[in-house]
Write a protein that binds this ligand. Structure first.
Ligand code: FES
Ligand code: FES
Length: 915
């Protein structure tokens, strides 16, 4: 068809202005808005009506712009967040309450959420929680757990929320980067490329294992609209990447054989017009499907093909921790319990698919993409491109959620290779399906565990073995294999312990980092069996845990002894009232209901912050300019968790100035030192410590200049620093100081690396400088006829050492619980079957009950102002608490997650002899 025939001039009103566009027939309104009219505040999470990120108002009604043909907007009024934020009073109130309550974390869902909320608030004064849930039910958020969004919308209809504004450690200030999120101006991975930029389309294997041969790529490359074709032959450096140097094994483009469905074999760089209509199935490649092993047992079978040389039996690696003699202790124990537990792939499900833009600037390659680890990206690109490191610049965009998966590179090599081969700027944005097919997942697990105890309830022997399906490539598999045996005990004192893990390669997508690195899986086994053990002993389940909980000066299973900072007991104690009250309430409910049964579950968890027994330094730089501007080079990636705010609060506290005074320079490999990766709950602790050191060093320089005491107060600005010390005021005239090549007259760059020691062959040593602790309680309602499970309430206690920003702590807890809920009840990625957000379910606003958060502050000697990490801890106890609550409600012990209604119903029928 002649392209011009299918184009129609479409006039409508966009945010109050008359606009005219010429979309082609059937073009999505979202595309017209984003690509023709520059409304990049309209976000795309799925292009299928599943996520609601693209919600706009059309004649006042919320509409998924990805489902509406642009021509249907003709003559109508379209409003998006950017326009609403400028003019609309309701939106202004809403943006205040979103910021005051911390309702935007990564912010990628925020335009859709706020737009849907505006439609509600225009028609409903002071909506209640249920009305908000109804109105926002079509918009998914993966970060917040929705509770703060509900609160923010309710508050916007009723009252403003007062805020403190000091900004130092311990204060619940607004996010420093929040305004761009609530006004739709923050630029994410797909928001930076100019319209019309060449696009990269990746050709992927449709089979879990297949050989392949290309047809005539030269002929294909001459197709009108195609600018370049990329294959392994176009990789100038090494065709390999990976996050752990000793395990780098993943090719940018597969060679000869693809090892998982969705693996890249080639890419096409083309004009947007060509890319739009291009069907990757027409690419000249012939596939030879081969027998694939998709679970660990099939992969270990003698007939299974070996995925990687030197990894016999497809065993990637293993982990091991042992103290005492677990098996002998179990043999002597008064009671024992044992069980097998399984979990499937869990998809990160961030609302922002991987996306980015690259161009050549003065001969250097600049890559702008969403990432959790810019310097690791640089490391990888140096290897892949085979050019000097200083010829590459990584400038992260906003990150619309990561949760571990954006630690690995994804789009970066395709962008860089495309820009280098064509010499032109290029962009890429994964479709939801290719994001799900090709990026890392939570490791499926297959765990057996046996535990013994004395009759008075002391653990006596713990014997754990876990297989972890690491997929086709190693990614963070070795980290999972090593971390699990260290953590599988949970935060308990166990003197006779044995834990072994093995990571097994399969023809599945690579498993990688996902909040907890395998610990949520092992916690399911351990905390489920703790309930079984307590029940067998006739001991209260909470008391059983408290009786076995670690305390200061008790050795962990790695022989590590903390003299301070062990906060698990206070976490459990914080649940005691709810534990008593909720069980009484559930008993009353159950005595009046036959089909619906309520139960209460608890579980504990711990997590070592930072790398396991490996260096993981962070460096934070600060400077003061001649005019008195205080600049913080803050390179810790904020993926929604709040690093921009928390690390700045720590710095401001250390220097002794208001946080609002800081100018923040974010991650950029040209100008910001390496603050390490945003991973393993390390940023508040490790980068926070570096930030504190930088602030203290800067303060010390200033005080030394005027010989002032530690107690002196600083006022910085207007070209001077006033130092007020015991009633005397000293003034440093900054214009008298010499500026360095960055314009700083004073500077302080400091590095912090957690003190750890290697583990020996029995896993004994000092794996982490600090652990954080957590305990969750959940009330669930089980429909015993349908098998459905509805969480009604969570109570979560978290020992964070020191809450640098309590509001952000609460947000992390709620968001983590939502992800733990999803893992427990609904989420399972099945290659070829659940590759979109329609078939792969994540919790919606209607799935999340209220969360009562107890912040426990058991200070840690290493953490900045006592702070501990939190990001991973927040979901570790959630799934086992839910499984324990299901058992409490229905009497059935589920040992496989997700506990879908069919699995729950089948277990109940089994127990009731078929009823
Ligand atoms: S992008 Fe439109 S609903 Fe997801
Ligand atoms: S804040 Fe909602 S998806 Fe990140």
């Amino acid at each position: 068809m002649d392209k011009h025939v299918s184009e129609t001039v479409t006039d409508f009103i966009l945010n109050g202005d008359h606009v005219s566009a010429t979309p082609i027939a059937g073009e999505r309104l979202s595309e017209t808005l984003r690509e023709r009219l520059g409304a990049r505040d309209v976000k795309i999470g799925c292009n299928a009506g599943d996520c609601g990120a693209c919600t706009v108002l059309v004649d006042g009604d919320p509409v998924c712009a990805c489902l509406m043909p642009a021509q249907q907007a003709a003559g109508r009024s379209v409003e998006t967040l950017r326009g609403l934020a400028r003019e609309d009073e309701i939106t202004k109130r809403l943006s205040e309450s979103f910021q005051n309550l911390g309702a935007a974390q990564c912010g990628i869902c925020t335009p859709g959420m706020m737009t849907a909320a505006v439609a509600l608030l225009r028609n409903t004064d002071g909506p209640n929680e249920e009305q908000v849930q109804d109105a926002l039910g079509g918009v998914l958020c993966r970060c917040t757990g929705y509770r703060k969004i509900i609160d923010a919308v309710v508050a916007a209809g009723q009252a403003e929320v007062p805020m403190q504004a000091e900004g130092h450690a311990g204060e619940s200030i607004r996010r420093l980067d929040g305004l761009g999120k609530v006004q739709g101006t923050e630029a994410f991975g797909d928001d930076v490329a100019p319209a019309g930029t060449l696009e990269v389309v990746v050709i992927r294997s449709p089979f879990p294992r297949a050989g392949f041969t290309f047809g005539d790529l030269d002929v294909f490359g001459k197709t009108a609209g195609v600018e370049a074709v990329l294959t392994a032959a176009d990789v100038p450096g090494r065709n390999v990447f990976g996050v752990i140097p000793a395990f780098m094994d993943q090719p940018v483009f597969a060679e000869e054989e693809a090892r998982f469905r969705g693996e890249a074999v080639a890419a096409v760089v083309a004009t947007p017009e060509y890319a739009r209509d291009f069907d990757p199935a027409t690419f000249p490649v012939t596939w030879d499907e081969r027998a694939a092993a998709q679970d660990v047992h099939a992969a270990m079978a003698p007939e299974a093909a070996q995925l990687h040389e030197g990894r016999d039996g497809n065993v990637m690696c293993g982990g091991f921790v042992q103290c005492g003699d677990a098996r002998a202790a179990i043999a002597e124990a008064d009671v024992t319990v044992e069980g097998s537990f399984r979990s499937g792939f869990v998809e990160h499900g961030y609302i922002e698919p991987e996306a980015g833009f690259a161009e050549l600037v003065n001969g250097r390659v600049e890559i702008r993409a969403c990432t959790q680890a810019p310097v690791m990206d640089l490391d990888s690109m140096e290897i892949i491109l085979g050019i000097p490191r200083d010829q590459i610049r990584i400038i992260p965009t906003g990150v619309g959620g990561g949760f571990g998966s954006k630690l690995d590179i994804s789009v970066q090599p395709y962008l860089a290779l495309g820009a280098l081969k064509t010499g032109k700027p290029v962009r890429i944005c994964y479709s939801r399906t290719e994001s799900m097919q090709s990026t890392t997942k939570r490791h499926p697990s297959d765990i057996t565990l046996k535990i013994g105890a004395t009759k008075d309830g002391k653990i006596m022997g713990f014997d754990f073995f876990g297989y972890f399906n690491t997929g086709a490539y190693a990614s963070w598999g070795p980290t999972v294999a090593n971390r699990v045996p260290v953590h599988a005990s949970g935060p308990y004192q166990i003197t006779d312990y044995r834990a072994e893990s093995k990571g097994i390669h399969t023809n599945c997508p690579p498993s990688g980092a996902f909040r907890g690195f395998g610990v949520p899986q092992s916690a399911i086994a351990q905390e489920s069996l703790f309930d079984e053990l307590a029940d067998k002993l006739g001991i209260d389940r909470l008391e059983f845990r408290i009786n076995n909980a670690l305390e200061n000066n008790m050795p962990t299973v790695c022989g590590q002894v903390f003299e301070q900072g062990v906060g698990i007991k206070p976490c459990f104690e914080a649940l005691r009232t709810a534990w008593d009250d909720e069980r009484t309430a559930a008993e009353t409910f159950n005595s009046n209901n036959d089909t619906l049964k309520r139960g209460v579950g608890i579980a504990g968890g711990w997590y070592g912050c930072g790398n396991t027994s490996l260096p993981n330094p962070s460096t934070i730089k600060s400077g003061i300019r001649t005019d008195g501007t205080v600049v913080l080079h803050q390179g810790a990636m904020d993926i929604g968790q709040g690093a921009n705010t928390v690390i700045s609060q720590i710095f401001a506290t250390a220097l002794g100035v208001p946080v609002a005074q800081l100018e923040i320079i974010g991650a950029d490999t040209d100008v910001t030192p390496d603050a390490g990766k945003t991973s393993a709950s390390r940023q508040t602790y490790v980068s926070g410590s570096a930030s504190r050191l930088s602030g203290e060093a800067m303060r010390a320089q200033i005080l030394a200049r005027v010989n002032a005491s530690e107690e002196a107060a600083l006022t910085i600005g207007n070209g001077q620093i006033k130092v007020t010390d015991q009633g005397t005021e000293h003034v440093i005239d900054l214009s008298t100081l010499t500026a360095d090549n960055e314009g700083y007259v004073l500077r302080a760059e400091e590095t912090y690396d957690p003190p750890t020691k290697p583990l020996d062959e029995n896993g004994q040593g000092i794996p982490y400088a600090q652990f954080g602790y957590a305990a969750h309680l959940v009330v669930v309602e089980v429909d015993t006829k349908l098998g459905t499970v509805k969480p009604l309430k969570f109570v979560a206690a978290h020992d964070v050492g020191k809450a640098i920003n309590p509001m952000l702590v609460e947000g992390q807890v709620q968001g983590g619980i939502a992800q733990g809920l999803g893992m427990a009840l609904m989420e399972e990625y099945l290659p070829g079957r659940t590759e979109n957000l329609h078939d792969y379910l994540i919790p919606t606003i209607g799935d999340m009950p209220p969360v009562e958060t107890h912040i426990i502050e058991e200070p840690d000697a290493h953490g900045p102002y006592g702070a501990k990490g939190l990001g991973e801890h927040v979901l570790i106890p959630t799934a086992p608490a839910i499984l324990n609550a299901i058992k409490d409600a229905s009497g059935v012990r589920l040992t496989q997650v997700p506990t879908t209604p069919s699995r729950v119903r089948a277990a109940i029928k089994d127990k009731n002899n078929g009823n």
